[in-house]
Design a protein around this ligand. Structure first.
Ligand code: PMP
Length: 378
């Protein structure tokens, strides 16, 4: 008897649901015939693409687009050199990905598989279980800190240690974490790395690091020198406004970078993305502006939400997660009719919370007006 088609997909796949992204603007336009839409659902940069990236893109089209018939530089030499210089690290310890998501997946493929387990927090980024189950590894969700903790719904690193055993291949921690916005104190990260067995990979996901206050940021660059089992991931999708181009990277030991390099697609980052990411790194002014504006707007948005009785989780990211005080999916749906896309967190088992990306001042005003209209209309 040959196997049925259903049996051919492994158990991990059967246990998975596909990642649900923020609703695309064009979908809503099509569905509701709306012309003016604000999307605050995927933690993108409200100020768009960094000006240096726009310029690089234009230059590329003008001068180099003819090279698009060639494969990209699979080793990403020039971009790796620039990233390495910024972090004062050997380029052999830099791994490029098609978004940092790619590096998460590659890490799972190197260090996880049947019989191994991945450890991550409840309310952590939804991609961790996906990449782990995709290779048929066991997923271990560590209960998060409670709603009344100093860091409500944050990672409970002490409890992580209890979930790690001889079969643990990767521990995923995110700081700041999506969808909560919560973060880990630098000393807590360091103590955690000291407590984790040296043969267990710790992936510290820093997709939102730039939005953190300087005093809250860990010195992850120094930590990758101390801990060979540490992989730190960063992205060009958020602060550089390059989500559509798909570039991210990791810093790790050279050994780990070499292993990941063995299994990645030979040309996992495309030519345009490589070129634009190089330019992005030089645009310090845009980064500074994005950081400062986000901090001001995040504080003001949190004040407005709190004034309406919507308690916000502490956030050091470019989004806020707040309590609607009622089922949030219907609120999300009603807001779509107002032309505002946010993110309901039912799929994260936070059925009364919504996540909203911190937008420009104008976008936040429109968001609050839509929220008021929906709340008052009920
Ligand atoms: N990590 C976290 C915590 C995220 O929220 C995201 C994107 N939403 C990613 C990683 C992946 O981002 P990208 O692939 O665009 O770098």
């Amino acid at each position: 008897m040959t196997k049925s088609l259903d049996e051919q997909a492994h158990a991990g796949i059967h246990g998975l649901h596909a990642y649900v992204p923020g609703k695309p603007i064009d979908d809503l336009k099509r569905e509701l015939g709306l012309s003016s839409i604000i999307k605050l659902a995927s933690n993108e940069n409200p100020f768009g693409v960094a000006p240096a990236v726009k310029q690089a893109f234009a230059d590329f089209v003008e001068h180099g687009a003819a090279d698009l018939h060639r494969y990209p530089d699979g080793g990403g030499y020039a971009l790796k050199q620039k990233i390495a210089a910024i972090h004062d690290i050997d380029p052999a310890r830099v791994t490029l990905g098609n978004g940092s998501n790619d590096v998460l997946e590659l890490t799972a493929r190197v260090f996880l598989g049947p019989g191994k387990n991945a450890v991550f927090s409840q309310y952590a980024f939804a991609v961790y279980p996906i990449v782990a189950q995709a290779v048929n590894a066991e997923v271990r969700e560590v209960p998060a800190l409670g709603p009344d903790a100093d860091m409500p719904y944050g990672h409970d690193l002490d409890a992580f240690i209890e979930h790690i055993d001889d079969n643990t291949g990767v521990v995923f921690i995110a700081s700041p974490n999506n969808p909560t916005g919560t973060w880990l104190a630098p000393q807590a990260i360091e103590a955690f790395l000291e407590a984790v067995p040296p043969g267990v990979i710790v992936l510290l996901d820093e997709a939102y690091l730039e939005y953190q206050a300087d005093s809250e940021r860990p010195d992850s660059r120094a930590l990758v020198d101390r801990f060979d089992n540490l992989i730190v991931t960063r992205t060009f999708s958020k602060i550089y406004g390059m989500a559509g181009l798909r570039v991210g990277y990791s810093l790790s030991s050279a050994k780990v970078a070499d292993w990941i390099n063995r299994i990645r697609q030979p040309f996992n980052v495309n030519t345009v993305a490589l070129y634009c990411a190089e330019a992005a790194l030089a645009d310090e002014e845009f980064v500074r502006y994005s950081i400062q504006t986000n901090a001001v707007q995040r504080a003001s948005l949190a004040r407005e939400l709190e004034a309406r009785g919507h308690h916000c989780l502490p956030s050091q990211a470019n989004f806020l997660t707040f309590d609607c005080g009622r089922a949030s999916t219907p609120v999300y749906e009603a807001m779509l009719h107002e032309g505002v896309i946010v993110r309901p967190l039912q799929s994260y088992a936070l059925p009364e919370h919504l996540r909203v990306t911190v937008g420009s001042e104008e976008e936040n005003r429109v968001f609050l007006a839509a929220l008021d209209a929906v709340m008052e209309g009920e």
